[in-house]
Unconditional design. Sequence first.
Length: 201
Amino acid sequence: MNSALKKIIFGILAIVIVIELAWAYQTLNPQKTTVKKTTQEGVVPPPKKEAAVIPVDAVRLSLLPAKVSFGTGQITNIDIVLNAGTKKISTADIDLKYDPNVLQIIKTTPATKIFNKTLTNKNDEKTGRVNLSLTQTTGSVPVTGKNVIATVSIQALKPGLSDLSFTFNGYGETNDSNVLETGKTNDILGYVEKGILTITK
């Protein structure tokens, strides 16, 4: 075998060996797949709901007296006061919360000289909620100014402390206590004031 043929054979063998080594390397060291992570960059969050601006002359609900201290077994009366100012009111929906563990609502008496029709007058002793809906019949004079629209008679069950408060989620919200102006359907209740009842022995 001449030298030229030997060189050719050795060259072919060298190529084969290189190919085998490369294949072996790829088999023993597989390439890792790079997972491209997604990000939230550039995503614009939804706009937050801005609180409604409460007018200076917005309608107000309050309780009178605002603070009461009375003994277990005794009964006290709390007036619900509507201050409408110069607004002409047709309807008032009242949602009052209290602690049924220390208080019992005996009755809620609407002031019929102010609102001449009662749509709802309920008390849920389990949840501690009073729902009262008052309105003026068609053709009646709208309610204006500051008036006692109902009186809540409350008995103390045992010593403790309880708020008597209006459910109020904000001006213009409708899933709470509401006051409607004559001829309109939007809620114009802007302020509420709670009462604090202290029950002694």
